[in-house]
Design a protein around this ligand. Structure first.
Ligand SMILES: *Cc1c(COP(=O)(O)O)cnc(C)c1O
Length: 297
C-alpha cells in the first residue's frame, strides 16, 4: 500500500466560548491527501488490500455525480496502476460535474444507468463484458465491514483514547461504525446524519458486534432537508465558522457536522468537563458544485 502516501493529519484546537469555555479538538482528515481526502482513504484501504490479494486490477463502484467515494476510488485505482469503472446513477448529463470529470481524468470509465438499474447494484458493468470477473466491486459509499475496519484506523491518527466524546458526520454509517468499533469502552460516539434515513442506526449496528450497539447514537436534527440539500443558514454558518476557526467545511457533510457541534455546545448537550474530538472527514472537493462566491474559502 506504500504507493499512496498520506500525511499524518494535524489536529486543531478550537476554542468555543459560551456559558462556559469549551475547547474542542478537530482531527483534520481533510489535510491528508489532495484527492483521496478525508475518510474515503481509510474506508478504501482494506478493500484495496483485498483486491490486491485477489489479484484484481480493476475497481468498480457506484455513486452519484458528486460522490466523494467515486472520485477517491478512481484516484486510488490510478495510484495503484489499476483501472476503474464508475456506475453512475441517472442519465449522462450534457456537461459532466467536476467530480465526474476528475474521476475520468484518473482513468475511470463511466457508465450511466437508469435509477431503476442503479438500485439493483449487483448488475455487472457492460464495460468489461469479456472479463467480468476481473472487476473488484466496492459497495456504494464503501459501506461494509471492510470499510468500517479501515475507518477504525482513523482513531489511531489522533490520540484517540484521550477523548470522552467522538463526533462525526454520517452518510452510509460506515465511518461511524468503524470509529465505534475502534473506540474504548468509556467513549461515547455520536453521529450526525446528513440525510433522512430511518434505518441508519440499524445499518450502523449491522457492522458492529452486539456489545458495541449502545455506544453509538445519532443526533438526527441537522440534515438540512436531505442529502446534499442546503439552506442559506447552513452556508452562512460555514462562512462564519471558517472566519472564526480557519477550518473550511463542505456543504454535504462537514458543514452540517460543525453546525451541529456548535449548536449542541450552545444547548449544553455535553457536560462541561468532556473532551470532545470532532472528525473533519474531508469532502471539500464537493463544494465545486456551488456557484462561485457562495463560500469565502
Ligand atoms: C463519505 C463521507 C462521509 C460519510 O461517511 P460514511 O462512512 O458513508 O458514513 C462523511 N464525510 C465526508 C466528507 C464524506 O465524504
Amino acid at each position: 500500500m506504500s504507493l499512496i502516501e498520506i500525511k499524518k493529519p494535524p489536529v486543531d484546537q478550537v476554542h468555543v466560548s459560551y456559558k462556559f469555555h469549551t475547547t474542542i479538538t478537530v482531527l483534520r482528515l481533510d489535510k491528508i491527501h489532495p484527492v483521496i481526502s478525508g475518510n474515503k482513504w481509510f474506508k478504501l484501504r482494506l478493500y484495496l488490500e483485498e483486491a490486491t490479494r485477489m489479484n484484481k486490477k480493476i475497481l468498480g463502484t457506484f455513486g452519484g455525480a458528486y460522490s466523494n467515494h467515486l472520485l477517491a476510488t478512481a484516484a486510488a485505482a490510478d495510484l495503484m496502476g489499476w483501472k476503474s469503472i464508475g456506475i453512475i446513477r441517472g442519465e449522462r448529463p450534457r456537461q459532466l460535474s467536476d467530480t465526474l470529470a476528475d474521476a475520468q481524468l484518473y482513468g475511470m470509465q463511466l457508465e450511466f444507468v437508469t435509477r431503476e438499474n442503479y438500485k439493483n447494484k449487483k448488475t455487472t458493468s457492460s464495460l468489461h463484458p469479456d472479463h467480468p470477473d476481473d472487476i473488484y466491486w466496492i459497495p456504494e459509499g464503501g459501506y461494509g465491514t471492510l470499510g468500517a475496519g479501515g475507518a477504525g484506523e482513523i482513531l489511531s491518527q489522533a490520540d484517540g483514547g484521550a477523548y470522552d466524546v467522538i463526533i462525526a458526520a454520517v452518510g452510509t454509517g460506515t465511518m461511524i461504525a468503524g470509529l465505534t468499533k475502534a473506540s474504548l469502552p468509556h467513549q461515547q460516539i455520536i453521529g450526525i446524519p446528513v440525510l433522512k434515513n430511518e434505518s441508519l442506526l440499524t445499518d450502523i449496528q449491522q457492522l458492529l458486534p452486539d456489545t458495541d450497539h449502545q455506544r453509538v447514537s445519532l443526533v438526527s436534527d441537522y440534515y438540512f432537508g436531505g442529502y446534499a440539500k442546503k439552506t442559506k443558514q447552513l452556508i452562512s454558518f460555514m462562512n462564519d465558522w471558517y472566519q472564526q476557526t480557519g477550518i473550511p467545511s463542505d456543504f454535504v457533510y462537514t458543514g452540517k457536522l460543525f453546525y451541529a457541534v456548535n449548536d449542541l455546545l450552545h444547548k449544553d448537550f455535553f457536560s462541561q468537563a468532556r473532551q470532545i474530538l470532532v472528525v473533519h472527514s474531508g469532502g471539500l472537493q464537493g463544494n465545486r458544485s456551488l456557484p462561485k462566491g457562495t463560500l469565502i474559502f
